[in-house]
Design a protein around this ligand. Structure first.
Ligand code: SAM
Ligand code: SF4
Length: 338
């Protein structure tokens, strides 16, 4: 049990199924300049600012996690780079003792402006979401995104000195399933990695039929193997992706397959929502209100750490995603922190 592990003096978060939690994803804002069809409704109502954790509160929670043995933190959202002073937060979290790696997931729209500062803050690997290389289609998927701006952001990021840049792509049938090879050629030409993500049923999205747009990782793999050989790789980057190499290139191809290859048994992650809710599973509602703890006992890190330790007992064995019924999870991905 987690509490016993703590009392034995080992700073580790272990859940009831023996899984060691050493990775936290933090959604620093639910706001975003895009409205991707699988992530948000067109007219989203965002959380009132007073209910969002402040940057200082996020840093305090991050510190509690690192003192409990968390080694890797990812900032995500919403679009993390639209939050004011985000580079301050990146630097502060990066400097926390015990943290091995600080990661960032972004839609790329602000990278032309911020890549240098993100790198200066200590971030060495970033994920950039990109679902199409065709401007009209990109706009259809993101509802208002400007592909040119994202591609120039990627160029600036490439020259900023990051160790690795990974492109995240959600493939949807009838939207972009015919662009898998083009996207792959693009990442190979620019020595980047790519992960293909199966769409997850998070939140009801009015005009989008998730079952109809589902395109499995196995389908994507089959499409790729018509053009490129894929060599299975045992590499791990701390997340749920299964990796393959394309021989004679620097590119790694990952598959994140919550439906077809459920990754729950090795899950090492928890998530912090914009409102400070600690989510023990992406696909379940088990959670603890850490904002309440932080605001009720300001500055008391021991009480916060105990709340996190106790929360481990709530981590469920796995998610329960169904594509063909109404989503059981009503929160959208931008709140959850993808
Ligand atoms: N705005 C940033 C971005 O787009 O990279 C960070 C937040 S976004 C929620 C993080 C990742 O989640 C993106 O790669 C996005 O494609 C993915 N995502 C969003 N909604 C999803 C869904 N319903 N199923 C699967 N992936 C989703
Ligand atoms: Fe914004 Fe990222 Fe969601 Fe797209 S996937 S709407 S970019 S938060």
């Amino acid at each position: 049990m987690s509490t016993e592990t703590q009392e034995a003096g080992s700073p580790a978060l272990i859940d009831r199924f023996g899984r060691h939690v050493d990775y936290v994803r933090i959604s620093v804002t639910d706001r975003c300049d895009f409205r991707c069809v699988y992530c948000m409704n067109e007219d989203m109502r965002f959380v009132p600012r007073a209910r969002l954790l402040t940057l200082e509160e996020i840093l305090f929670v991050a510190r509690a996690f690192t003192e409990l043995g968390v080694r890797r933190i990812r900032l995500t959202g919403g679009e993390p780079l639209v939050r004011r002073n985000i580079t301050w937060l990146l630097k502060e979290i990066h400097d926390l003792p015990g943290l091995d790696e600080l990661l960032l997931t972004t839609n790329g729209s602000q990278l032309a402006r911020l890549s240098g500062k993100i790198h200066d803050a200590g971030v060495r690997r970033i994920n950039i979401s990109l679902d199409s290389l065709r401007p009209e289609r990109f706009r259809r998927i993101t509802r208002n995104g400007d592909l040119g701006k994202v591609l120039s952001g990627i160029e600036v990021a490439r020259s900023a000195g990051f160790d690795r840049i990974k492109i995240n792509t959600v493939i949807l049938k009838h939207y972009n399933d015919d662009e898998i090879i083009d996207l792959l050629r693009y990442v190979i030409a620019h020595s980047m990695d790519i992960s293909f993500i199966e769409e997850m049923p998070l939140g009801v999205i009015g005009d989008h039929d998730r079952a109809a747009s589902y395109y499995s990782s196995d389908d994507i793999r089959r499409d790729i193997e018509r053009h490129f050989p894929l060599q299975a790789s045992s590499e791990k980057t701390g997340g749920p992706a299964r990796y393959f190499r394309i021989p004679e290139t620097e590119t790694r191809v990952g598959f994140i397959s919550p439906h077809s290859h459920n990754f729950c048994s090795t899950c090492n992650r928890v998530r912090l929502t914009t409102e400070g809710r600690l989510l023990l599973c992406l696909g379940q509602e088990h959670s603890v209100d850490l904002r309440h703890v932080v605001r009720s006992w300001p500055g008391d890190i021991d009480i916060l750490k105990q709340a996190i330790i106790d929360a481990m007992d709530l981590k469920p064995e796995g998610h329960d995603f169904q594509l063909d019924s109404r989503p059981v999870i009503l929160r959208h991905m931008n709140v959850t922190g993808g």
